[in-house]
Design a protein around this ligand. Structure first.
Ligand code: UDP
Ligand code: MG
Length: 323
Protein backbone atom coordinates (compact mmCIF):
# COMPACT_ATOMS: atom_id res chain seq x y z
CA UNK A 1 0.00 0.00 0.00
CA UNK A 2 1.21 3.44 -0.89
CA UNK A 3 2.49 5.60 1.93
CA UNK A 4 1.75 9.30 2.37
CA UNK A 5 4.28 11.40 4.26
CA UNK A 6 3.38 14.76 5.69
CA UNK A 7 6.13 17.29 6.43
CA UNK A 8 5.38 19.87 9.10
CA UNK A 9 7.99 22.54 9.84
CA UNK A 10 7.40 24.01 13.29
CA UNK A 11 8.95 26.98 15.01
CA UNK A 12 7.71 27.68 18.54
CA UNK A 13 4.48 25.78 18.00
CA UNK A 14 4.21 23.79 21.25
CA UNK A 15 0.47 24.48 21.48
CA UNK A 16 -0.18 23.18 17.98
CA UNK A 17 1.77 19.91 17.78
CA UNK A 18 -0.50 17.56 19.73
CA UNK A 19 -3.57 19.04 18.10
CA UNK A 20 -2.33 18.84 14.52
CA UNK A 21 -1.00 15.30 15.08
CA UNK A 22 -4.40 14.21 16.34
CA UNK A 23 -6.37 15.94 13.59
CA UNK A 24 -4.16 14.55 10.82
CA UNK A 25 -3.95 10.99 12.10
CA UNK A 26 -7.71 10.93 12.69
CA UNK A 27 -8.43 12.26 9.21
CA UNK A 28 -6.00 9.95 7.40
CA UNK A 29 -7.14 6.86 9.28
CA UNK A 30 -10.73 7.74 8.47
CA UNK A 31 -9.83 7.93 4.80
CA UNK A 32 -7.84 4.70 4.90
CA UNK A 33 -4.59 6.37 3.91
CA UNK A 34 -1.34 4.86 5.16
CA UNK A 35 0.67 7.77 6.52
CA UNK A 36 3.62 9.11 8.46
CA UNK A 37 4.00 12.56 9.98
CA UNK A 38 7.41 14.23 9.97
CA UNK A 39 7.74 17.19 12.33
CA UNK A 40 10.81 19.40 12.13
CA UNK A 41 11.32 21.72 15.06
CA UNK A 42 13.23 24.65 13.63
CA UNK A 43 15.37 25.43 16.69
CA UNK A 44 12.28 26.26 18.73
CA UNK A 45 12.75 28.08 22.01
CA UNK A 46 9.66 26.58 23.63
CA UNK A 47 8.62 22.97 24.23
CA UNK A 48 7.92 22.16 20.56
CA UNK A 49 10.40 19.31 20.38
CA UNK A 50 9.23 17.86 23.70
CA UNK A 51 5.72 17.83 22.25
CA UNK A 52 6.96 16.09 19.11
CA UNK A 53 8.69 13.44 21.26
CA UNK A 54 5.54 12.92 23.26
CA UNK A 55 3.44 12.56 20.12
CA UNK A 56 5.98 10.19 18.62
CA UNK A 57 5.89 7.94 21.68
CA UNK A 58 2.12 7.80 21.46
CA UNK A 59 2.03 7.19 17.72
CA UNK A 60 5.01 5.45 16.04
CA UNK A 61 3.96 6.92 12.70
CA UNK A 62 5.13 10.28 13.98
CA UNK A 63 8.78 11.07 13.33
CA UNK A 64 10.64 14.20 14.18
CA UNK A 65 13.88 16.10 14.46
CA UNK A 66 15.15 19.22 16.12
CA UNK A 67 17.55 21.74 14.55
CA UNK A 68 20.54 23.04 16.47
CA UNK A 69 19.19 26.58 15.94
CA UNK A 70 16.58 28.41 13.88
CA UNK A 71 17.43 27.81 10.23
CA UNK A 72 14.17 29.06 8.74
CA UNK A 73 11.14 27.40 7.23
CA UNK A 74 12.87 26.49 3.95
CA UNK A 75 15.48 24.46 5.81
CA UNK A 76 12.70 22.87 7.86
CA UNK A 77 10.89 21.79 4.71
CA UNK A 78 14.00 20.29 3.16
CA UNK A 79 15.01 18.47 6.34
CA UNK A 80 11.49 17.10 6.49
CA UNK A 81 11.63 15.93 2.87
CA UNK A 82 14.92 14.20 3.63
CA UNK A 83 13.34 12.24 6.48
CA UNK A 84 10.28 11.09 4.52
CA UNK A 85 9.92 7.59 3.17
CA UNK A 86 6.49 7.93 1.53
CA UNK A 87 5.51 7.52 -2.13
CA UNK A 88 3.91 10.94 -1.98
CA UNK A 89 4.75 13.81 0.33
CA UNK A 90 2.55 16.68 1.48
CA UNK A 91 4.16 19.79 2.95
CA UNK A 92 1.97 21.91 5.20
CA UNK A 93 2.15 24.43 8.04
CA UNK A 94 1.57 22.99 11.46
CA UNK A 95 -0.72 25.79 12.62
CA UNK A 96 -3.69 24.27 10.73
CA UNK A 97 -3.93 27.30 8.45
CA UNK A 98 -3.72 24.81 5.62
CA UNK A 99 -6.99 22.88 5.92
CA UNK A 100 -6.28 19.14 6.39
CA UNK A 101 -9.52 18.20 4.57
CA UNK A 102 -7.72 19.05 1.33
CA UNK A 103 -5.14 16.28 1.84
CA UNK A 104 -7.43 13.36 0.88
CA UNK A 105 -8.34 15.27 -2.30
CA UNK A 106 -4.67 15.82 -3.10
CA UNK A 107 -4.07 12.12 -2.47
CA UNK A 108 -6.87 11.21 -4.87
CA UNK A 109 -5.40 13.43 -7.61
CA UNK A 110 -2.02 11.81 -7.00
CA UNK A 111 -3.55 8.35 -7.35
CA UNK A 112 -5.02 9.48 -10.66
CA UNK A 113 -1.51 10.30 -11.87
CA UNK A 114 -0.72 13.85 -10.78
CA UNK A 115 2.92 14.22 -9.80
CA UNK A 116 2.53 17.60 -8.14
CA UNK A 117 -0.65 18.92 -6.58
CA UNK A 118 -0.37 22.64 -5.90
CA UNK A 119 -2.44 24.14 -3.11
CA UNK A 120 -3.83 27.43 -4.41
CA UNK A 121 -5.12 29.76 -1.73
CA UNK A 122 -8.36 31.62 -2.20
CA UNK A 123 -7.99 34.14 0.61
CA UNK A 124 -5.51 34.78 3.37
CA UNK A 125 -7.99 34.41 6.21
CA UNK A 126 -8.33 37.26 8.67
CA UNK A 127 -4.95 38.71 9.45
CA UNK A 128 -3.75 42.02 10.78
CA UNK A 129 -3.60 44.90 8.29
CA UNK A 130 0.15 45.32 8.77
CA UNK A 131 0.79 41.68 8.04
CA UNK A 132 -1.51 41.72 5.01
CA UNK A 133 0.26 44.75 3.59
CA UNK A 134 3.75 43.37 4.09
CA UNK A 135 2.74 39.97 2.76
CA UNK A 136 1.05 41.74 -0.17
CA UNK A 137 4.21 43.70 -0.97
CA UNK A 138 6.25 40.54 -0.63
CA UNK A 139 4.12 38.65 -3.13
CA UNK A 140 4.09 41.60 -5.55
CA UNK A 141 7.88 41.72 -5.64
CA UNK A 142 8.13 37.98 -5.95
CA UNK A 143 5.53 37.59 -8.69
CA UNK A 144 7.09 40.37 -10.72
CA UNK A 145 10.56 38.94 -10.51
CA UNK A 146 10.02 35.27 -11.00
CA UNK A 147 6.87 35.36 -13.12
CA UNK A 148 4.85 32.95 -11.04
CA UNK A 149 1.68 34.12 -9.35
CA UNK A 150 2.97 34.13 -5.82
CA UNK A 151 -0.17 35.57 -4.36
CA UNK A 152 -2.11 32.37 -4.81
CA UNK A 153 0.65 29.80 -4.54
CA UNK A 154 1.79 28.47 -1.21
CA UNK A 155 4.01 25.89 0.44
CA UNK A 156 0.98 23.62 0.82
CA UNK A 157 1.45 20.99 -1.86
CA UNK A 158 1.74 17.32 -2.60
CA UNK A 159 4.82 15.99 -4.36
CA UNK A 160 5.41 12.59 -5.85
CA UNK A 161 8.51 10.74 -4.64
CA UNK A 162 10.37 11.44 -7.87
CA UNK A 163 9.81 15.19 -7.50
CA UNK A 164 11.03 15.01 -3.90
CA UNK A 165 14.15 13.20 -5.06
CA UNK A 166 14.76 15.85 -7.72
CA UNK A 167 14.47 18.64 -5.13
CA UNK A 168 16.68 16.82 -2.63
CA UNK A 169 19.38 16.32 -5.24
CA UNK A 170 19.62 20.06 -5.96
CA UNK A 171 23.01 21.28 -4.78
CA UNK A 172 21.86 24.83 -4.03
CA UNK A 173 21.66 26.06 -0.42
CA UNK A 174 19.44 29.03 -0.95
CA UNK A 175 16.26 27.22 -1.89
CA UNK A 176 12.79 28.57 -2.50
CA UNK A 177 10.50 25.58 -2.18
CA UNK A 178 7.35 27.24 -3.47
CA UNK A 179 8.89 28.19 -6.79
CA UNK A 180 11.13 25.15 -7.15
CA UNK A 181 8.17 22.85 -7.67
CA UNK A 182 7.11 25.02 -10.63
CA UNK A 183 10.66 24.99 -11.87
CA UNK A 184 10.85 21.20 -11.64
CA UNK A 185 7.90 20.77 -14.00
CA UNK A 186 6.14 17.34 -13.96
CA UNK A 187 2.45 16.71 -14.31
CA UNK A 188 0.85 19.33 -12.12
CA UNK A 189 -2.71 19.64 -10.88
CA UNK A 190 -3.96 22.30 -8.56
CA UNK A 191 -6.54 22.42 -5.86
CA UNK A 192 -8.01 25.47 -4.20
CA UNK A 193 -8.25 25.90 -0.49
CA UNK A 194 -9.24 28.62 1.89
CA UNK A 195 -6.58 29.78 4.33
CA UNK A 196 -7.81 29.19 7.87
CA UNK A 197 -7.18 31.30 10.90
CA UNK A 198 -4.25 30.38 13.08
CA UNK A 199 -5.44 28.36 16.09
CA UNK A 200 -2.76 29.24 18.63
CA UNK A 201 0.16 31.63 18.69
CA UNK A 202 0.93 34.18 16.05
CA UNK A 203 2.56 34.40 12.65
CA UNK A 204 6.31 33.92 12.84
CA UNK A 205 6.97 36.41 10.06
CA UNK A 206 7.77 40.00 10.81
CA UNK A 207 7.86 42.71 8.15
CA UNK A 208 11.65 42.52 7.99
CA UNK A 209 11.88 38.76 7.86
CA UNK A 210 9.42 38.81 4.94
CA UNK A 211 11.45 41.48 3.15
CA UNK A 212 14.65 39.53 3.68
CA UNK A 213 12.91 36.42 2.38
CA UNK A 214 11.66 38.36 -0.66
CA UNK A 215 15.09 39.71 -1.52
CA UNK A 216 16.86 36.41 -1.02
CA UNK A 217 14.28 34.54 -3.11
CA UNK A 218 14.27 37.20 -5.79
CA UNK A 219 18.02 36.94 -6.18
CA UNK A 220 17.93 33.17 -6.13
CA UNK A 221 15.28 33.00 -8.85
CA UNK A 222 15.96 36.00 -11.02
CA UNK A 223 18.84 37.99 -12.44
CA UNK A 224 16.51 40.87 -13.34
CA UNK A 225 17.96 43.22 -10.67
CA UNK A 226 21.39 42.73 -12.28
CA UNK A 227 20.01 43.54 -15.71
CA UNK A 228 18.34 46.60 -14.23
CA UNK A 229 21.82 47.89 -13.35
CA UNK A 230 22.74 47.71 -17.04
CA UNK A 231 19.50 49.42 -18.05
CA UNK A 232 20.00 52.25 -15.55
CA UNK A 233 23.57 52.63 -16.82
CA UNK A 234 22.41 52.85 -20.46
CA UNK A 235 19.72 55.38 -19.62
CA UNK A 236 22.17 57.58 -17.75
CA UNK A 237 24.71 57.35 -20.61
CA UNK A 238 22.04 58.54 -23.07
CA UNK A 239 21.05 61.30 -20.71
CA UNK A 240 24.65 62.40 -20.21
CA UNK A 241 25.30 62.40 -23.97
CA UNK A 242 22.47 64.88 -24.45
CA UNK A 243 23.67 67.00 -21.54
CA UNK A 244 27.28 66.87 -22.72
CA UNK A 245 26.36 68.16 -26.17
CA UNK A 246 24.26 70.92 -24.67
CA UNK A 247 27.01 71.93 -22.23
CA UNK A 248 29.68 71.97 -24.95
CA UNK A 249 27.55 74.00 -27.29
CA UNK A 250 26.88 76.51 -24.58
CA UNK A 251 30.56 76.61 -23.63
CA UNK A 252 31.63 77.25 -27.24
CA UNK A 253 29.09 80.01 -27.48
CA UNK A 254 30.80 81.58 -24.50
CA UNK A 255 27.91 81.01 -22.15
CA UNK A 256 28.81 78.11 -19.84
CA UNK A 257 26.55 76.66 -17.09
CA UNK A 258 26.87 78.66 -13.90
CA UNK A 259 28.10 77.59 -10.49
CA UNK A 260 28.72 74.42 -8.62
CA UNK A 261 25.10 73.56 -8.00
CA UNK A 262 24.81 71.57 -11.20
CA UNK A 263 28.05 69.74 -10.54
CA UNK A 264 27.04 68.85 -7.00
CA UNK A 265 23.60 67.62 -8.09
CA UNK A 266 25.08 65.50 -10.87
CA UNK A 267 27.65 64.00 -8.52
CA UNK A 268 24.98 63.15 -5.98
CA UNK A 269 22.70 61.52 -8.54
CA UNK A 270 25.48 59.52 -10.17
CA UNK A 271 26.92 58.58 -6.77
CA UNK A 272 23.50 57.35 -5.67
CA UNK A 273 23.02 55.17 -8.71
CA UNK A 274 26.54 53.81 -8.48
CA UNK A 275 26.10 52.83 -4.83
CA UNK A 276 22.75 51.23 -5.55
CA UNK A 277 24.17 49.24 -8.45
CA UNK A 278 27.14 48.14 -6.38
CA UNK A 279 24.71 47.06 -3.69
CA UNK A 280 22.74 44.94 -6.13
CA UNK A 281 25.90 43.34 -7.48
CA UNK A 282 27.18 42.89 -3.95
CA UNK A 283 24.02 41.05 -3.06
CA UNK A 284 24.58 38.52 -5.83
CA UNK A 285 28.22 38.12 -4.81
CA UNK A 286 27.06 37.44 -1.26
CA UNK A 287 24.73 34.73 -2.62
CA UNK A 288 27.56 33.21 -4.65
CA UNK A 289 29.81 33.32 -1.59
CA UNK A 290 27.20 31.51 0.49
CA UNK A 291 26.75 28.82 -2.16
CA UNK A 292 30.46 28.35 -2.64
CA UNK A 293 31.09 27.85 1.07
CA UNK A 294 28.82 24.84 0.79
CA UNK A 295 27.70 24.80 4.38
CA UNK A 296 24.75 22.48 5.06
CA UNK A 297 21.28 24.01 4.89
CA UNK A 298 20.60 22.94 8.45
CA UNK A 299 22.08 21.04 11.36
CA UNK A 300 20.02 18.42 13.13
CA UNK A 301 20.72 18.11 16.82
CA UNK A 302 18.15 15.52 17.93
CA UNK A 303 15.89 12.97 16.28
CA UNK A 304 13.11 10.74 17.56
CA UNK A 305 13.69 7.02 18.13
CA UNK A 306 12.05 5.91 14.88
CA UNK A 307 14.41 8.01 12.77
CA UNK A 308 17.64 6.57 14.23
CA UNK A 309 19.75 4.76 11.69
CA UNK A 310 17.18 5.05 8.90
CA UNK A 311 18.29 8.27 7.39
CA UNK A 312 21.35 9.39 5.60
CA UNK A 313 22.06 12.89 4.47
CA UNK A 314 24.66 15.54 4.17
CA UNK A 315 24.04 16.54 7.76
CA UNK A 316 24.76 13.11 9.14
CA UNK A 317 28.23 12.95 10.61
CA UNK A 318 28.06 9.26 11.51
CA UNK A 319 27.12 8.00 14.93
CA UNK A 320 23.72 8.23 16.47
CA UNK A 321 21.70 11.19 17.49
CA UNK A 322 20.46 11.69 20.97
CA UNK A 323 16.76 11.79 21.61
N1 UDP B 1 8.18 28.22 10.59
C1 UDP B 1 9.41 27.58 10.71
N2 UDP B 1 10.55 28.33 10.90
C2 UDP B 1 10.53 29.70 10.95
C3 UDP B 1 9.27 30.35 10.81
C4 UDP B 1 8.14 29.58 10.63
O1 UDP B 1 9.49 26.36 10.65
O2 UDP B 1 11.59 30.30 11.14
C5 UDP B 1 6.96 27.41 10.41
C6 UDP B 1 5.85 27.70 11.39
O3 UDP B 1 5.99 26.96 12.58
C7 UDP B 1 4.61 27.28 10.63
C8 UDP B 1 4.98 27.62 9.19
O4 UDP B 1 6.41 27.72 9.15
O5 UDP B 1 4.36 25.89 10.71
C9 UDP B 1 4.34 28.91 8.73
O6 UDP B 1 4.66 29.94 9.61
P1 UDP B 1 3.61 31.06 10.05
O7 UDP B 1 2.31 30.43 10.39
O8 UDP B 1 4.26 31.86 11.11
O9 UDP B 1 3.51 31.90 8.70
P2 UDP B 1 2.18 32.46 8.00
O10 UDP B 1 1.15 31.37 8.05
O11 UDP B 1 1.78 33.64 8.78
O12 UDP B 1 2.62 32.77 6.60
MG1 MG C 1 0.58 30.29 9.59
Amino acid sequence: MALLSIVLPAYNEEQNIANVAEVLSGLLEENGIDYELVFISDGSKDGTYAEILKASEKNPRIRGAEFSRNFGKEAGIFAGLELTTGDAVVVMDCDLQHPPEVIPKMWELWQKGAEIVEGIKISRGRESLGHRLSAGLFYKIMSGLIKIDMNASSDFKLLDRKVVDVLLALPERNTFFRALSFWAGFRTESIQYEVQERKYGESKWSFWSLMKYAVSNATSFSTLPLQMVTVIGLVSILFSAVLAVQTLVRFLMGDSVEGFTTVILLLLIIGGFLMLSLGVIGHYIARIYEEVKGRPKYIISKVTENVQGQVTGSWKRGGEYRK
